[in-house]
Design a protein around this ligand. Structure first.
Ligand SMILES: C[S@@+](CC[C@H](N)C(=O)[O-])C[C@H]1O[C@@H](n2cnc3c(N)ncnc32)[C@H](O)[C@@H]1O
Length: 333
């Protein structure tokens, strides 16, 4: 399999400041030291700020003119806008980090994987992934549009990699999601947060999704969080993905809009190198599984298989089963 690392012109420079990475490698969000801006750019923050300023001015005017009805309404609207703005800031900051920390932990990474973040921006999700990859790589691809995230730039992402103490395992690549500059089957995991919806045309969003699947290795896993990401499911199925599932995310992704939430779509790329193998017991029962690893021991054979998103281990006592020619193994009858 191709491994990232050959894009010397695109790398961050492998700078490690501060020496140690005291942030937890896994098991939760830990304390973030990066500065990740505001999703939606300054325009989103300005909408809340301007509305709040206008309502405050209205309250002041109503008090001055002794118009308690108007003042009361403006004050109530001001409180609502302030709460909504706080919700927006929460979702774009701590909410996003908390949700993605859980999603990454659920992947059960071993720490040596190569992960691609499509539309990484200033790197909130990318750095969370990098913290969980002490022996792996976290690659962020983006066109770094400022209207999509405040202060968005490749330099900002580089600074965050340094602040988080993970720059030695992070690579940043100038790339459009519709035309990724990576060979097929490059990454163990592909993630994307709030990026693909920024591509206007549905066919071009579909192209970006097909690119995500192309660069994923067989057996690799895909996690996309976006507005209406449920619409991506049929495209991923058409692109050959297995286990495509759509899940609404909760209040932490509401962005201050009551009832609103982002959606998670999960999928995996079928493993062409691990065809299903037939396991036959003495009693004749047959199970079809997709093996990932075989480990022979004194007790027999441990067969690690993928069942949907999970890895399961089947323990086969010696002389119980026969492995088909797909693996070229024999359980030792
Ligand atoms: C709302 S920001 C989210 C950034 C990051 N995923 C995060 O959660 O912090 C959306 C990102 O998508 C990127 N983006 C928009 N269109 C893109 C495209 N065609 N290819 C790659 N990235 C794109 C923007 O530059 C921006 O960084």
């Amino acid at each position: 399999m191709h491994r990232p690392g050959g894009w010397a012109c695109c790398q961050t420079g492998e700078v490690e400041l501060g020496g140690t990475d005291t942030v937890r490698e896994s098991g939760g969000p830990g304390r973030s030291r990066g500065r990740y801006g505001i999703d939606g750019g300054i325009a989103a923050a300005a909408v809340f700020g301007l509305a709040e300023a206008a309502l405050t001015a209205t309250v002041a005017w109503a008090v001055h003119r002794r118009k308690p009805g108007i003042g009361g309404l403006a004050a109530a609207a001001g409180v609502t806008v302030a709460a909504s703005g706080a919700g927006y800031l929460y979702s774009t900051g701590r909410g996003k980090l908390a949700v993605w920390a859980e999603l990454l932990d659920d992947l059960g990474l071993h720490g040596d994987e190569h992960v691609l973040d499509i539309g990484c921006g200033r790197g909130a999700v990318l750095m969370l992934a990098a913290r969980r990859l002490p022996a792996g790589r976290a690659v962020g691809a983006d066109v770094w549009r400022r209207r999509d995230q405040s202060g968005n730039s490749r330099a900002a992402a580089e600074r965050n990699a340094i602040r988080e103490g993970v720059s030695g395992r992070v690579e940043l690549v100038d790339a459009d999601a519709r035309d990724l500059p990576f060979p097929a089957d490059s990454f163990d995991v592909v993630v994307s947060n709030l990026a693909i919806h920024n591509i206007r045309a549905a066919e071009e969003r579909a192209q970006a999704l097909r690119e995500a699947v192309r660069v994923l290795r067989p057996g690799g896993r895909l996690r996309i969080v976006d507005d209406a990401a449920g619409q991506y499911a049929p495209v991923l199925q058409d692109a050959g993905c297995a286990g495509v599932a759509v899940q609404p995310l909760g209040w932490r992704t509401s962005f201050g809009i009551p009832g609103h939430h982002l959606t998670l779509v999960t999928a995996s790329k079928p493993s062409s190198q691990s065809p299903p193998v037939r396991l036959r017991s003495r009693r004749g029962a047959v199970a079809l599984q997709t093996p990932i690893r075989l480990t022979a021991g004194p007790q027999g054979l441990a067969v690690c298989c993928r069942e949907g998103e999970k890895e399961i281990v089947l323990l086969l006592p010696a002389r119980v089963g026969t492995f088909g020619p797909a693996l070229g193994h024999d359980a030792g009858r």
